[in-house]
Ligand binder design. Structure first.
Ligand SMILES: Cc1cc2nc3c(=O)[nH]c(=O)nc-3n(C[C@H](O)[C@H](O)[C@H](O)COP(=O)(O)O)c2cc1C
Length: 163
């Protein structure tokens, strides 16, 4: 398999951008994740795939709980920040603890989903993390941040639709 071709072709599938957060042993941790998906309605389950090379993922796993923050179109800087190694990602950010996990709920996100880790399965060079949803809320009408062919884009804006 040509890895460059794999990335290029799969990059044609557009996604949203999330930041998955948790309470680490020395404070909050989190990383940008586009491999987030709804999995099951009953029971309510979601999933995402962190790479085995991730620094934050072992701490999220140890916490046992995580919060998925769905970024708004204006939060491209946050998407880039949470994909930058070796920086204090929370230094200049406002956040509140999510109700069950206590994990950071970032200010200005379009929605957040507060989860408990239900199962972790090895999936090649990533893990597939299945999370049980304990609380969730759509915060705003802002259009979402999208990621497509290695570029960020602004999602559509719809009339108000309460959570
Ligand atoms: C838009 C976007 C989507 C990403 N999606 C994923 C993903 O689904 N899984 C993953 O492991 N890394 C993903 N990354 C890369 C991680 O965010 C990046 O490697 C980050 O530095 C990992 O942080 P960590 O080492 O602290 O865990 C994505 C990055 C960006 C910018």
């Amino acid at each position: 398999m040509d890895q460059a071709q794999y990335r290029r072709v799969l990059g044609h599938f557009p996604t949203g951008v999330t930041v998955v957060t948790a309470n680490g042993p020395d404070g909050p941790v989190g990383l940008s994740i586009s491999s987030f998906t709804a999995v099951s309605l009953s029971p309510p389950l979601v999933g995402f795939l962190p790479a085995h090379t991730s620094w934050s993922w072992p701490m999220i796993r140890a916490a046992g709980w995580f919060c998925v923050n769905i970024l708004a179109a204006g939060q491209e800087k946050i998407a880039r920040l949470f994909a930058t190694p070796g920086v204090d990602r929370f230094q200049d950010l406002n956040w509140q603890p999510a109700p069950y996990s206590g994990a950071p709920r970032l200010e200005g996100v379009v929605a957040w989903i507060d989860c408990e880790i239900e199962a972790v399965t090895v999936a090649g060079d990533h893990d597939f993390v299945l999370g049980r949803v304990h609380a969730l809320h759509a915060e705003s009408d802002e259009p979402p941040l999208l990621f497509h062919r290695s570029r960020y884009a602004r999602g559509p804006q719809w009339p108000r639709d309460p959570a």
